[in-house]
Ligand binder design. Structure first.
Ligand SMILES: Nc1nc2c(c(=O)[nH]1)N[C@H]1C(S)=C(S)[C@@H](COP(=O)(O)O)O[C@H]1N2
Ligand SMILES: [Mo]
Length: 226
């Protein structure tokens, strides 16, 4: 999908491992099995052993926009559409309550955010296992990663392991300050955060990009040396 270049974003030539600093030193425990736990407002809580099994394979090239203003163009993801997983696996097996449309997505490292069901069902939202022709690395989200290109990067949860379905955000504790987790975080609308204008956050976040990327590189090296 070709979208106009979003306000406040700057292209990078690399794709840094990135996130909140508290996750720099946290890695997934399981990188081989594609298990996904479905809980919350459903008739059947369940663990799907292989989230991709039986679903049509999709490849997609999309740009990736981090809320802190860096972007990477043209990443080639492989996986399945979230909408296919939802319609063919989640709905028939878990039987979610129809009024429950807030989805809490969690990664094995403890990272978490929410997405609205209508946003998750967009055709470019994937559960990915491949990036640029290779299996997802630990750095970029092995074994399963959500990819939601129309939303800031923090909605694209790496090491996705659990989906909790809720009627609203009651009880959800974001991993960061609440203002940093916009309920939709659409890039085109510059919804960087909650209650604060996008242009303001743009200026607050931009100086954090370089030091954060360095901390994530260092954490990965420490992990390899350990
Ligand atoms: N599990 C998990 N998912 C995550 C993060 C994280 O730290 N842990 N960081 C988020 C942020 S802020 C961004 S910009 C992207 C970065 O993806 P990358 O590390 O593959 O570049 O992942 C998002 N998903
Ligand atoms: Mo980000």
């Amino acid at each position: 999908m070709n979208r106009p270049w979003p306000a406040g974003q700057r292209e990078r030539s690399d794709f840094p491992r990135f996130g909140l600093l508290q996750f720099a030193h946290r890695f997934p425990a399981e990188t081989a099995r594609r298990e996904l736990r479905i809980v919350g407002a459903v008739a059947n809580e369940l663990v799907v052993d292989d989230a991709l099994a039986g679903l049509p394979w999709v490849e997609q090239v999309s740009d990736f926009h981090c809320v802190t203003t860096w972007s990477r163009r043209g990443l080639r993801w492989g996986g399945v559409r979230f909408a296919d997983f939802y319609e063919r696996v989640l709905v028939p097996q878990a039987k979610p309550q129809t009024a429950a449309t807030t989805f809490i997505l969690r990664g094995q490292d403890g990272a978490r955010t929410t997405m609205q069901l209508e946003d998750l069902l967009a055709p470019d939202v994937l559960i990915a296992t491949m990036l640029d022709g290779e299996p997802l690395s630990v750095a970029h989200g092995a074994p399963l990663r959500l990819v939601a290109p129309a939303h800031y990067g923090y909605k694209s949860v790496k090491h996705l392991s659990r989906i909790e379905i809720c009627s609203d955000e009651t009880g959800f504790r974001p991993a960061a300050f609440r203002f940093m987790d916009h309920p939709r975080a659409r890039v085109a609308a510059e919804e960087r955060g909650r209650g604060l204008p996008g242009w303001l956050l743009r200026h607050l976040y931009r100086p954090l990009v370089a030091p954060t990327a360095r901390r994530f590189v260092k954490a990965m090296e420490d992990c390899r040396d350990a």
